[in-house]
Design a binder for this molecule. Structure first.
Ligand code: CTP
Ligand code: CA
Length: 227
C-alpha cells in the first residue's frame, strides 16, 4: 500500500466513499434493507485507491467484498454510517454511493417480536438522516468535492439535477434504473454526470470503467481546485 500511496495523481488526498445498503433493525433478528450489492461503490473505492488516494470505505452489509488497500469501516444502519462519515472527516472529497435506507423503524424492539392472537405487529417509521445532504451543507469540514449518486427512472436528468441542488452537492452520478434498461443488479452502468455545467452522458460500460472514469474526473477536479 505504501508503495502505491507514494505515486499517482491522488497521492496525499483523503477520500471518503460510502457504499452498499443499510440494514434497519425491526427486532434482534429482522431488518429492512434494499437490493444494493455495493458493486459500484467498491469499484469507485478501488479506482480512487489505484490513483493513489487514501480511501476510507464506509460500507453497509454489501454482497461484494471491499477492495484491498482501503480503510474499511463496516456499518449496519444509516445512523451508524453517518457517525462513521463524521468521524472520517476532514477529507478532500466524499463519494456517496451507498443506498441508504430512507426510513428506519421508529422504535425497534430489543426482543424478538412474537406472533400473537391479538393481531399483526404495526411498524412505525422514522426518517433517516440524509448523510450526503448533511455533509454537502456543512460550513466546517466540507470536502472540496462532494459527489452523490442517484438511481432514477423516467426523467433522469431532470430529477438528478433537482436532487443536486436540493442536496447541495457538487456532482450527481445519475443512472436510469427502469426495468427495461437492465441496469439494476447488473455488471454494467450507463450514467449521466450532473455538474454545475450541466449533464454529461457517458456510454454504457462495465461498472469498473464507470469507476475509473469517475476517479479520473475527481482527480482532475481536485488538482484544479488546489490552492
Ligand atoms: N443519501 C444519503 N443519505 C440518505 C439518503 C441518500 O447519503 N439518507 C445519498 C445517497 O448515498 C446518494 C444520494 O444521497 O448519493 C441520493 O440518494 P437518493 O436515494 O437518490 O436520494 P433521496 O433524497 O433519498 O431521494 P429519493 O426519494 O429519490 O430516494
Ligand atoms: Ca432514497
Amino acid at each position: 500500500i505504501a508503495e502505491r500511496l507514494a505515486s499517482g495523481p491522488l497521492r496525499g488526498k483523503r477520500i471518503i466513499v460510502t457504499s452498499g445498503p443499510t440494514h434497519e433493525p425491526i427486532d434482534p433478528v429482522r431488518y429492512i434493507a434494499n437490493r444494493s450489492s455495493g458493486a459500484q461503490g467498491a469499484a469507485v473505492a478501488r479506482a480512487l485507491s489505484a490513483l493513489g488516494a487514501e480511501v476510507v470505505f464506509i460500507t453497509g452489509p454489501a454482497t461484494v467484498s471491499p477492495p484491498d488497500g482501503v480503510e474499511v469501516v463496516p456499518v449496519q444502519t444509516a445512523r451508524e454510517m453517518q457517525a462513521a462519515v463524521d468521524a472520517a472527516l476532514p477529507a478532500d472529497a466524499g463519494v456517496f454511493a451507498a443506498a441508504v435506507a430512507d426510513w428506519r423503524v421508529a422504535s425497534a424492539s430489543d426482543r424478538k417480536l412474537k406472533k400473537t392472537k391479538d393481531g399483526l405487529p404495526a411498524l412505525e417509521f422514522a426518517e433517516n438522516p440524509d448523510i450526503l445532504r448533511e455533509v454537502a451543507r456543512r460550513t466546517k469540514n466540507r470536502p472540496a468535492l462532494v459527489v452523490g449518486f442517484a438511481a432514477e427512472t423516467n426523467d433522469v436528468v431532470e430529477y438528478a439535477t433537482a436532487k443536486r441542488s436540493r442536496k447541495g452537492c457538487d456532482w450527481i452520478v445519475a443512472n436510469d434504473v427502469s426495468p427495461e434498461t437492465g441496469i439494476m443488479g447488473g455488471r454494467e452502468n450507463a450514467v449521466v454526470l450532473i455538474t454545475e455545467n450541466g449533464a454529461e452522458h457517458w456510454p454504457r460500460m462495465p461498472k469498473e470503467q464507470v469507476a475509473a472514469r469517475l476517479a479520473e474526473a475527481i482527480s482532475q477536479s481536485l488538482s484544479t481546485s488546489e490552492p
